[in-house]
Each structure stands twice: as structure tokens, then as C-alpha cells.
Design a binder for this molecule. Structure first.
Ligand SMILES: [Mg+2]
Length: 280
């Protein structure tokens, strides 16, 4: 462990390593450093509300059309809370409200996913117009890349839909194509960190510990999945949850936005500074 990590917090999982969120205070600039064994080596990004904001309902409408057609649902598709859930989990919970058994639902999940991605692909141009890259995202991706941090996705989106959104938004450059975990890999988001680690190992031969991984997302379920996988959780309040909503879920760091590249990179990599300004 480098001297940089020696400081602070009694009771921390790693003696001398800061773990908790700081909501206000002086912002000092992080100092880039060569990675060591305890450093974060892989950043896994959520998409919706974290990298991108959708200004329209194209994807939601395509999802519901595919669900209705695949399972022959009658009437409006039941509405449930979807934030942070995988596309498959949303389907299973929705279908349960339509009295479709889990066995029936599971049997057609692949068919549903294919139909959803195909439907959305027909509106690719319109989808691109509805997706806004959130402020600061490109600069943070670029900076992490320059520091040698591998980056990919950890998202509830089905893989083809995730890739379509990224392509539409022009964010593929810094994200490893064959790594990452998706809603099509497992319906339970809490299972996705080890899946991403296994894909990294299979693709690059690099075997990382979960402690070298950070998950960045905008919902309590992103924080929970990082914790379940043994990874660092960084929450950003750029989706539907406010800092006040996210703080009780105890992410390792909490940011209002990604506008301040230095502060965001410091939070993601667990570098100095140890305080972040939520007013930015
Ligand atoms: Mg999200």
C-alpha cells in the first residue's frame, strides 16, 4: 500500500484507507500516481442516469411493445419502479403483475430481448437524438483512460441495447468492448461484478480482485451491487435520485455530478482529496 493511502478512518475495512463519503469541504486536487496492488484498476459504469440521460421515451416504448408482443399481454403494460433494475428483472416483475408465471416468463426472455433490441434498432437515429451525454462524462472517461484504468459497463440494459446507446452517444472509445456485465448476463444486478471480472480475465488474462474494481452508478441498486460484489461504490446524483436519497445507502463516495473532473476521478480512484463538494 502506498503512503498516499495511509491516513484516516478508524474501523475502515482497509486500515488507513479512506472509505466513507464526504459531503462538503475543501477541494484539493488529486495527484495521479502509478497503480499499485491496492489501486482501482477497473471502472464499471452504469449507463442511464450516469453516462447518459434520455430526453424521450423511445427505449421505454420499444421495451413495452416487445414485452406486450412476446407475452401477448392485453391492455397497458403494468408500471413498476425500474431505477437500477436490470431489463430482465423489470420484465419478470412486470410479467408477474400480468399473472404470468416465472417459468413462462423465463422461457421467453431471450425472445423478448431480441424483439426489444430489434424494435429499438429501427429508431436508431431518433434514439441518438434523445440521448444526452451527462456533463463531465467524456472528460472523466478520458482522464481515467490516461491514468491506465480499464473501463467498461455494468448496466441493467441488455447487451445489444447498451451497445446501441453507447454507439448513439459516441462513448465507445474508452470502454472495453468485450468486458462488462449487462442485464442479459443475469437478471440480478448483484451478480454482475463477478461476471465482469470473469470477462476481463477471459479477454485480457488480467485477474483482478473485486477490491480493485469501482462501480459508478446513480441508484441505490448500483451501490448495492458494488457492495455485493466487493467493489468500491461511487454514486452520482445525476439520475432520479438526489444526494440526500443516495447518502443513506453509504456509497464510498458521492458526487452531485461529474462536472469537476479532478473531484470525480479522485472519488472514483479513492485518491486525495477526501472531501467533495456536492454543490458543484
Ligand atoms: Mg442508472
Amino acid at each position: 500500500m502506498s503512503d498516499r493511502h495511509r491516513a484516516i478512518i478508524p474501523g475502515s475495512r482497509y486500515p488507513g484507507k479512506w472509505q466513507g463519503p464526504r459531503h462538503a469541504g475543501t477541494l484539493t486536487r488529486p495527484v495521479p500516481h502509478p497503480p499499485d496492488d491496492s489501486a482501482i484498476r477497473l471502472a464499471l459504469w452504469d449507463i442511464d442516469g450516469t453516462l447518459l440521460h434520455a430526453t424521450g421515451r423511445l427505449a421505454v416504448d420499444a421495451y413495452n411493445r416487445a414485452l406486450r408482443a412476446t407475452y401477448r399481454l392485453v391492455g397497458e403494460v403494468a408500471r413498476i419502479s425500474t431505477a437500477g433494475k436490470t431489463d430482465r428483472q423489470i420484465a419478470l416483475e412486470t410479467l408477474a403483475l400480468h399473472a404470468i408465471s416465472e417459468d413462462q416468463a423465463q422461457a421467453l426472455l431471450e425472445t423478448f430481448g431480441t424483439a426489444y433490441a430489434a424494435d429499438l434498432a429501427k429508431s436508431r437515429t431518433e434514439l441518438a437524438a434523445q440521448l444526452e451525454v451527462l456533463p463531465g462524462v467524456q472528460d472523466v472517461l478520458r482522464r481515467l483512460d490516461s491514468l491506465g484504468v480499464r473501463q467498461s459497463l455494468l448496466t441493467g440494459n441488455l447487451e445489444p441495447v447498451a451497445r446501441m446507446k453507447l454507439s448513439c452517444a459516441g462513448l465507445e472509445e474508452f470502454l472495453l468492448p468485450d468486458v462488462g456485465a449487462f442485464g442479459s448476463d443475469h437478471h440480478d444486478r448483484n451478480q454482475l461484478v463477478p461476471i465482469a471480472l470473469e470477462k476481463l480475465r477471459a479477454t485480457t488474462g488480467e485477474a483482478l480482485d473485486a477490491e480493485q474494481v469501482v462501480v459508478i452508478g446513480d441508484t441505490p441498486l448500483d451501490i448495492a451491487c458494488a457492495r455485493a460484489g466487493g467493489a468500491r461504490a461511487v454514486a452520482v446524483a445525476t439520475g432520479r435520485y438526489t444526494p440526500g436519497d443516495l447518502a443513506p445507502h453509504r456509497p464510498a463516495a458521492l458526487l452531485a455530478t461529474l462536472r469537476d473532473t479532478d473531484a470525480a476521478v479522485a472519488a472514483i480512484l479513492n485518491l486525495e482529496p477526501k472531501t467533495f463538494d456536492l454543490k458543484s
